[in-house]
Ligand binder design. Structure first.
Ligand code: GLU
Length: 422
């Protein structure tokens, strides 16, 4: 991201890509130009310098952000990312994505996102805890169960959410589990939350295959990225009879035309500290992986993976965006012309935030739902939203992506107008 941001190629700027979809959809449904202006900008950008006492007794300062894009539909919702690539532009785009994510599946939330520029793999557990607690303290006026509700994102997980919950509860002087989602189960986390994003991708993929009249057992699938989202979607799709022919992580791609044993890949990853290095399959590059002949391609790694440089070489029939913004706006046009069906990020990866919403509801009501109830409600939500965007795409004769933006913008605009204020 950071590398691409400095590139002169405007096509690789995630804010610009998102903005071009927003404008195209808004023009089609003719929304008031003043409201469009509001939707273009984040409502609030909070930037902090987080001091951390390191294990070697020095103090390091880490830049941190929380961007609230929109709160028309409810409190802002969105994850916190720990990565060296975090910058204000990226967090701004991701915050807006969350507004559309929440709206497309009908959650009563606005969109926000946070990030700290750091390399979490180089910090000790104690340093990570101090970083997370100090960031929470600096954001204690921003966060709140009815204001802004963080969650895990790249580089963060249940432990960071536990620290956020604890630090925030300490500051406000009362137990506040609903201030953050993605918590460990004993602290009020929801069953099914860890798998929720991957599960939503599986459900969206099956729904799209059905509309294309393709049976899962007749499909091959390539998954880029083998973190929480990539590995779980690969596993759940394999369980549905889809043949996963290639997977990848930062060490490169692993290809087997006869099908990869995903359980073995997950075991290999768990045994070797999270990397697929040394996994028994033909080694290919990440670039080759994207260009493989396959029915389904799931980019579940990073932004800007399919760009003007490689879009014409993509051979998949169906792309389901696991990551946010894996296809640039320029590449999206090329893929649409080639007739490739794209289930857009704002719907495909909304399973995570949907179950976050269920976690928040459970915390507020003091309830615990069964995993079956969580999965069934989340699956229904994704299926219903997919049907709506297929219908909207037909009605307006646009791609599924623009249809998803139309659905989201309509909901946010309606709430905005009814409220009568920003
Ligand atoms: N970081 C996740 C996402 O971007 C989760 C957001 C949430 O659960 O609030 O979808």
């Amino acid at each position: 991201m950071a590398k691409q941001k400095t590139s002169s190629n405007e096509d690789n700027n995630p804010v610009e890509s998102m903005m071009s979809y927003l404008i195209e959809a808004a023009q089609l449904i003719k929304i008031d130009k003043h409201i469009l202006e509001v939707l273009k900008y984040p409502k609030k950008i909070v930037s902090v310098s987080v001091p951390v006492k390191m294990d070697n007794d020095t103090v390091q300062i880490f830049p941190g952000y929380r961007v609230i894009h929109n709160t028309s539909l409810g409190p802002s919702k969105g994850g916190i990312r720990y990565s060296m690539d975090v910058n204000e532009d990226e967090v701004r785009a991701l915050a807006a994505w969350m507004t559309w994510n929440c709206a497309v599946v009908g959650l009563p939330y606005g969109g926000g996102k946070g990030g700290i520029k750091c390399d979490p793999t180089k910090l000790s557990k104690g340093e990570l805890e101090r970083l997370t607690r100090n960031y929470t303290a600096l954001m204690s006026d921003v966060f709140g169960p009815d204001k802004d509700i963080p969650a895990p994102d790249m580089g963060t997980g249940q432990q960071e959410m536990a620290w956020i919950m604890d630090e925030y509860s300490r500051i406000v002087g009362k137990h506040s589990p609903a201030v953050v989602t993605g918590k460990p189960i004993p602290l009020g986390g929801s069953l099914g939350r860890v798998e929720a994003t991957g599960r939503g991708i599986m459900v969206a993929t099956l729904g799209a295959l059905e509309s294309l009249s393709i049976l899962p057992a007749d499909c091959t699938c390539v998954v880029q990225g083998f973190g929480n989202v990539g590995s779980i979607s690969a596993k759940l799709l394999a369980d549905q009879g889809v043949k996963i022919i290639a997977i990848s992580d930062v060490t490169g791609g692993y290809y087997n035309p006869n099908g990869i044993d995903i359980d073995a890949a997950i075991q290999h990853k768990n045994k070797n500290g999270g990397l697929l290095k040394g996994f028994a399959a033909e080694k290919i590059s990440n670039a080759q992986l994207l260009e493989l002949k396959t029915t389904i391609l799931i980019p579940a790694a990073m932004e800007n993976q399919i760009t003007l440089n490689n879009a014409s070489k993509i051979k998949a029939k169906l792309i389901v965006e696991g990551a946010n913004g894996p296809i640039t706006a320029g590449a999206d046009k090329i893929l649409n012309k080639k007739g490739i069906i794209i289930v857009p990020d704002i719907l495909a990866n909304a399973g995570g935030v949907t179950v976050s919403y269920y976690e928040w509801v459970q915390n507020k009501a003091g309830e615990y739902w069964t995993e079956e109830r969580v999965n069934q409600q989340a699956d229904d939500t994704i299926r219903r939203a997919l049907k709506t965007i297929f219908y909207t795409a037909q009605r307006y004769k646009v791609s599924l992506r623009i249809a998803a933006y139309i659905v989201s913008i309509n909901k946010v605009t309606e709430a905005f107008e009814l409220r009568g204020s920003c």
